[in-house]
Design a protein around this ligand. Structure first.
Ligand code: G3P
Length: 215
């Protein structure tokens, strides 16, 4: 399973990259708005740090507008992925971009037929938002299960990119279901290696070794 960071913050992205396990980055307008630099500058910097796919989201809601934005964004770097909202106009833009060999990420996916449609249109990634489904009293992971099954039934190559991840159990569940990618905020990435029994066990090993030969 690939690990992406869901952030537009360069410090977080650098720290995650230093762990050596960062396969890509996803950004969105809300994440970009938290930073002080203009979006395209941030994306340029991110692409200097990360070789894997970097999702850059359009804000137009009509296909021609999305394609115009995509034209600018793809000039930033070869690893830019155009992130497109999963609406009918977005489907048109995904078809055009994928027909031109440009990587796309269909975002804001909340039900399985949206995922089937964008895969048929040739999207590189599909981004179901599990946390936001959990927020309204449903189980976001049911959607991942449905999408993984549908894509497997028809040999669809779009990669399932689990988004809106809020805690480490989302990552475990995504891995159990065979999702291709999980994109996580930095605070979730930081917890992936943690267990209190590892820390207390290590502390005891070190203390015991220091006392060796004194018994
Ligand atoms: O990648 C999508 C993600 O940023 C949305 O997360 O926590 O705002 O639902 P959240």
């Amino acid at each position: 399973m690939k690990f992406f960071i869901d952030s537009a913050n360069l410090d977080e992205i650098r720290q995650a990259a230093e762990m050596g396990l960062l396969d890509g980055v996803t950004t969105n307008p809300s994440l970009a708005a938290k930073e002080s630099a203009p979006y395209e500058e941030i994306l340029t910097e991110i692409c200097n740090v990360v070789e894997g796919p970097v999702s850059a989201e359009v804000i137009s809601t009509d296909a021609p507008g999305m394609l115009k934005e995509a034209d600018r964004l793809i000039k930033i770097a070869e690893n830019i992925v155009i992130k497109i909202p999963t609406i009918p106009e977005g489907l048109k833009a995904i078809s055009t971009l994928s027909g031109n060999g440009i990587m796309t990420n269909a975002t804001l996916v909340f039900q399985p037929l949206q995922a089937l449609m964008v895969a048929k249109a040739g999207a590189t990634f599909v981004s179901p938002f599990v946390g936001r489904l959990d927020d309204i009293g449903t189980d976001g992971m049911d959607l991942i299960n449905q999408i993984v099954t549908i894509y497997s039934n028809y040999g669809l190559e779009t990669e399932v990119l689990v988004a809106s991840v809020r805690h480490p159990m989302h990552v475990v569940q995504a891995a159990m279901l065979g999702a291709d990618v999980v994109t996580m905020p930095f605070k979730v990435i930081s917890t992936l290696m943690k267990h209190p029994l590892t820390d207390s066990g290590l502390e005891k090993f070190i203390a015991d070794f220091k006392n060796a030969g004194k018994g």
